[in-house]
Design a protein around this ligand. Structure first.
Ligand SMILES: *Cc1c(COP(=O)(O)O)cnc(C)c1O
Length: 420
């Protein structure tokens, strides 16, 4: 088979094809590592399904209050097995990752408590939740104070600084695993494990919360395997496997998950209520597919890193660095290349391939932003997508990719755009 011929018909020149083939040959071993991690996570998921005795009737729709929703409760068992926690809350009523995190923070923090973020400033959308940016209804307004220990210049936990900031008011430690849309590197589970051990040695009963967005199944263990008390994420990212159309999860200690149920629904009623409205099949099946989908996304990120390194751009993580999430940053240094890359991603998308991304103003940003996403689920970032602010150093944040085959084509398409 002359594969290049099929790519030629899809708009990829032989020159681009050969160049990408050469790059791929150099990262074959890293692909094997990604596959090995994915296999371990698939086993973990399979074992959870088996242990929870998942059956077809668990996919049934519930309506109204959703009392005695066996499918919902069993899915939460599956999540607690996968993440090795006492309990889990997995709901379509959790509207986003930010909602999951906010629910967890408001569930456990009380007036007079302090929350300490030890991986620098948390994800932007939490500014208003915490009260870093003034907002009515913030934790700050409810008398919860905030402290922060920044990462060191090389992106590691600064244990000395953390130790100094833990005081009698410190109730919760916040750790963000993924870089999100920051230039700092993502944190490995090993580093997080060491930090958890340290903060617990300073203050035994402190609650460790981990924002696990983009991190699920990137490694063979999760922060909850190493003592994190509470952890949250979005189902339109990794654990939804591309099938979940909305939703979020919180996993952790039983008493804390109960509080999260009280916060999400209502004190006293809690998690007994919440109809599934027919989403459960997609939540189960999405979780089942997730280890494989995450592997595709990680291959996509690695392939993009290797290709753009070779083309002379700065990338993070580099192609030979350990990967702790599905995000790839490419530094283009000029707006034209950034736009060309985005157009390559958009034009190779299954949805809205004919749309041409342009930089535009966005609420909350002080410069124009370019985005490319042709996704089945609106805003889903486990599907291949990219965005970045149009200002120096012209960074693109790329993430997701449901299948490696699609990712490979998409990255080749971006290279083709650059050459045209
Ligand atoms: C995406 C993300 C969030 C917020 O999730 P939304 O679903 O966009 O609200 C929080 N933290 C990190 C690290 C993320 O990547």
């Amino acid at each position: 088979m002359d594969q290049a011929l099929f790519y030629e018909n899809a708009g990829i020149s032989r020159e681009t094809y050969d160049f990408c083939k050469e790059v791929l040959a150099q990262i074959e071993d890293r692909f094997k590592e990604i596959d090995a991690v994915s296999e371990v996570n698939q086993l973990k998921v399979m074992e959870a399904f088996r242990k929870a005795k998942v059956s077809e009737y668990h996919f049934d729709r519930s309506t109204g209050y959703g009392y005695n929703d066996n499918g919902r409760d069993t899915l939460e068992k599956v999540y607690s097995y996968v993440f090795n926690t006492e309990d889990a809350l997995v709901r379509p009523q959790i509207a986003s990752g930010t909602h999951a995190i906010s629910t967890a923070l408001f569930a456990v923090l009380r007036p007079g408590d302090e929350m300490l973020s030890i991986a620098g400033k948390p994800y932007d959308t939490l500014d208003e939740v915490i009260g870093i940016r003034e907002c009515s209804g913030s934790l700050k307004e409810f008398g919860v104070t905030y402290a922060q220990a920044d990462l060191t210049a090389d992106g590691k936990f600064d244990l000395d600084a953390i130790g100094k900031k833990i005081n009698e008011k410190t109730k919760l430690i916040h750790i963000q695993r993924s870089r999100g849309y920051d230039i700092r590197p993502s944190l490995s589970v090993d580093e997080i494990a060491r930090a958890i051990k340290y903060v617990k040695s300073v203050k035994k009963d402190v609650i460790v919360f981990v924002d696990n967005c983009y991190g699920e199944f990137a490694d063979v263990t999760e922060p909850t395997d190493h003592g994190a008390d509470l952890m949250a994420g979005s189902l339109i990212k990794n654990p939804g496997g591309g099938l979940a159309e909305s939703g979020g999860y919180i996993v952790g200690r039983h008493d804390l998950i109960e509080l999260c149920g009280y916060r999400l629904i209502a004190p006293g009623i809690g998690r007994e209520v919440g109809a599934n409205m027919g989403v459960l099949r997609s939540f189960y099946q999405g979780l089942f597919l997730s280890p494989s989908v995450v592997a595709s996304s990680m291959k996509c990120a690695l392939f993009a890193a290797a290709v753009y390194e070779k083309l002379g751009y700065k990338v993070s993580p580099a192609s030979d660095e350990k990967r702790n999430d599905i995000i790839q940053v490419i530094s283009f240094g000029n707006p034209e290349d950034m736009l060309k890359f985005s157009r390559g991603i958009q034009s190779s998308s299954p949805v809205d391939s004919y749309v041409v991304p342009e930089a535009d103003d966005m609420p909350g940003y002080d410069s124009k932003v370019v985005m490319a996403a042709g996704t089945f689920v609106s805003g889903s970032s486990i599907e291949l997508s990219c965005d970045g602010p149009l200002r120096a150093p012209y960074l693109i944040f790329m993430q997701g990719g449901l299948t490696w085959q699609h990712c490979k084509y998409a990255i080749m398409k971006t290279v083709q755009e650059m050459k045209n």
